[in-house]
Design a protein around this ligand. Structure first.
Ligand code: ADP
Ligand code: MG
Length: 334
């Protein structure tokens, strides 16, 4: 089966200034470095990692909102057309973005209903009198009330605004939504509602998600598959349930061990993450995680580990980038 979206070896560089004044220098920052993944129709790939590891850049590359420095994205086997070109605009109807901050994504001066209809006006697919009908249908699908059509963004709650953003994204009947930290700006009490709404929409409409979040707990709730990023690279990837049950990369293990255990009773490995991630303009040699890794050895400092299938035929298609992952003594007893 052809994947809905297939990204192969994506890289994205930015030119940045480092230092100040007399000592200012230009450097290349590799925000995304050799990232590959597939998303099947109707499934969710969770992309997780600390702030600055390249998640949003990966999301933008997936939609062709920015061009890769190298690598490729295919949608249903077809190469992503150049950003902004007519075929790209056509394709974009099938792939939409949902951002973190619903207020920032909306125009304060326009009633939300007008903004929900916007994608149809841009893409000109239906007759104008059908726009309103379709808007009413998607508003109902996301749990907005008909009278909220005429409300302005500031008259709605944060959760309602995110529903508006979702409704707008759904107008063109997309097959894929890239959700970039879609609930991070919402009150905790509302987060669960929006998560449930996303799950419900997937069930009913068969939409696939690239779900980006720094919050492993949320990623666990929504994802079929998970990719863990560290400094621009995927360090572990695989089927969600098995990855959370038995994380293999020391970084994933540290992230998972930081999730509070609910229900009690179960003993789990505790692996604390030390320090902050290094600067992406000055990525450590070898394994980029080695300065923070409790298991690092000489090889980790000199040789960059490849993302490879976990030894021993692990279920869930797990791939891990770690030199030491195959060593029996390396696993800390839970
Ligand atoms: N337009 C840009 N110009 C320069 N650097 C950028 C730009 N966009 C992102 N970056 C840098 O790329 C890295 C990854 O950023 P981003 O993808 O936003 O990470 P995340 O979403 O995981 O927090 C960061 O170091 C960020 O500062
Ligand atoms: Mg981001």
């Amino acid at each position: 089966m052809t994947a809905l979206l297939k990204a192969v070896d994506l890289c994205r560089d930015y030119r940045v200034h480092t230092g100040r004044g007399l000592f200012a220098a230009k450097a290349i920052l590799r925000a995304v470095d050799g990232v590959s993944f597939e998303i099947e129709a109707g499934r969710t790939l969770g992309l997780v990692g600390e702030s600055g590891c390249g998640k949003s850049t990966t999301g933008k590359l997936a939609l062709g909102l920015i061009a890769p420095t190298s690598g490729s994205v295919r949608y249903r086997g077809v190469a992503m057309p150049p950003t902004g070109s007519p075929p790209w605009r056509e394709l974009r109807r099938k792939m939409q973005m949902v951002y973190q901050d619903p207020l920032g994504a909306l125009d304060r001066r326009l009633p939300v209903g007008v903004q929900i209809m916007e994608p149809l006006v841009i893409h000109g697919t239906l007759l104008p009198n059908e726009h309103r009908e379709r808007a009413a249908a998607v508003m109902e699908a996301v749990g907005l009330l008909p009278h909220q059509f005429d409300r302005y963004p500031h008259e709605l709650s944060g959760g309602q605004r995110q529903r508006v953003v979702l409704a707008r994204a759904l107008m063109t009947e997309p097959n894929l939504l890239v959700c970039d930290e879609p609930i991070s700006a919402l009150d905790v009490s509302i987060q669960a509602q929006v998560v449930n709404l996303l799950l419900d929409l997937q069930d009913r409409l068969g939409i696939a998600y690239l779900f980006i979040s720094h919050d492993l707990r949320v990623v666990r709730q929504v994802s079929h598959d998970v990719a863990v990023m560290y400094l621009g690279r995927i360090v572990e990837q695989g089927e969600a349930e098995s990855l959370f049950a038995e994380p293999a990369h020391p970084y994933t293990r540290a992230l998972v061990s930081a999730i509070p255990v609910t229900g009690g009773g179960s003993r789990r490995e505790r692996l604390l993450l030390q320090g902050d991630p290094p600067s992406p303009v000055d990525v450590p040699t070898g394994c980029a995680f080695h300065p923070r890794c409790p298991f690092e050895v000489a090889q980790c400092r000199s040789e960059r580990p490849k993302l490879e299938p976990l030894p021993g035929g692990h279920p869930g298609g797990r791939r891990v980038a770690c030199h030491r992952v195959g060593e029996p003594a390396f696993r800390v007893a839970a």
